[in-house]
Write a protein that binds this ligand. Structure first.
Ligand code: HXC
Length: 259
């Protein structure tokens, strides 16, 4: 694995690839270097057959307090355009394996938008979700207005984006912005356990199922149903489909190979 400056990366025996954002003194502010290292690590895990699911986490105090304000303070629109800053978030959607965000403490601005690019969110009891960009004269720029509105609906999203309304972990759970909430001592273990459980399943089916669910937010129902049907039929070309169904009929545990 490459040596990184802003992240720590660990490939675990349980088929989980773990990425920790590691700028603790800056509340894991997401400077371009960090986002590029994250992308590099995500691509490496995506290509590694020994990894079935990925967890992105920060530390107990902060998942991330957002894009690095110091690096944006003197920017102008043309420089912003040339920086491809937002694209550093958007491209995470191209990762095929499921990504779980393990969120504790501040999850703000671009940090919240990073969590929203993930497929599931496990929150610690101290997690706080927000889009505070309005306080510094800007607005969310990496998916916050679109993805939050799809999860929370219009009215709560408006409050968060226009008036810096923060959501506690319990509120996030209640509104569907988190899969589960766990005490701060164990939230990361919970996220890894969830990732390991998914990583033990038929890899191709997991990846295509992730794709189908995510497309529900981009396609009409008719298009989405068509995509689902094709992907579903495609899985009948895999050895894992044969193995999975044979194992069921023989009343034994399947051994999936990712083929
Ligand atoms: C750069 C940041 C930072 C950020 C915190 N720090 N957030 N640096 N960018 N987003 C730094 C502080 O400057 C400080 O550095 C150190 O982290 C600790 O932060 P404090 O403010 O001293 O801690 P605390 O008082 O506990 O407050 C924590 C906080 C606050 C509530 C998270 O730092 C805060 O409000 N941060 C900004 C949140 C925000 O506005 N995020 C949106 C950014 S815009 P020093 O050197 O002084 O110790 C964005 C757009 C995304 O995300 C679009 C992408 C395309």
């Amino acid at each position: 694995m490459n040596e990184y400056q802003d992240i720590l990366v660990e490939k675990r025996d349980d088929r989980v690839g773990l990425i920790r954002l590691n700028r603790p003194k800056a509340m894991n502010a997401l400077r371009p270097l960090l986002m590029d290292e994250l992308w590099d690590a995500l691509q490496a895990f995506d290509a590694d057959p020994e990894v079935g699911a990925i967890v992105i986490t920060g530390n107990e105090r902060a998942f991330s307090a957002g894009a690095d304000i110091g690096e944006m303070a003197t920017m102008d629109p043309v420089k912003m355009l040339g920086s491809h800053l937002s694209e550093r978030w958007h491209r995470i959607g191209r990762i095929r394996k499921p990504i779980i965000a393990a969120v504790s403490g501040y999850c703000l601005g671009g940090g919240c938008e990073l969590a929203l690019t993930c497929d599931m969110i496990v929150a610690s009891e101290t997690a706080q979700f927000g889009q505070p960009e309005i306080n510094i004269g800007i607005m969310p720029g990496a998916g916050g207005t679109q993805r939050l509105a799809r999860v929370l609906g219009k009215y709560l999203t408006m409050e968060m984006v226009l008036n810096d309304r923060r959501l506690s972990a319990q509120e996030a759970l209640q509104h569907g912005l988190a899969n589960r909430v766990a005490p701060v001592e164990v939230y990361l273990d919970e996220a890894i356990k969830l990732a390991a459980s998914i990583a033990a399943r038929a890899p191709v089916a997991v990846q295509l199922a992730k794709e189908a669910v995510n497309k529900a937010f981009e396609m009409t129902l008719e298009e989405g149903l068509q995509l689902e049907e094709r992907l579903f039929y495609f899985l009948f070309a895999t050895e894992d489909q044969k193995e999975g169904m044979r194992a069921f009929l023989e009343k034994r545990k399947p051994e999936f190979k990712g083929r």
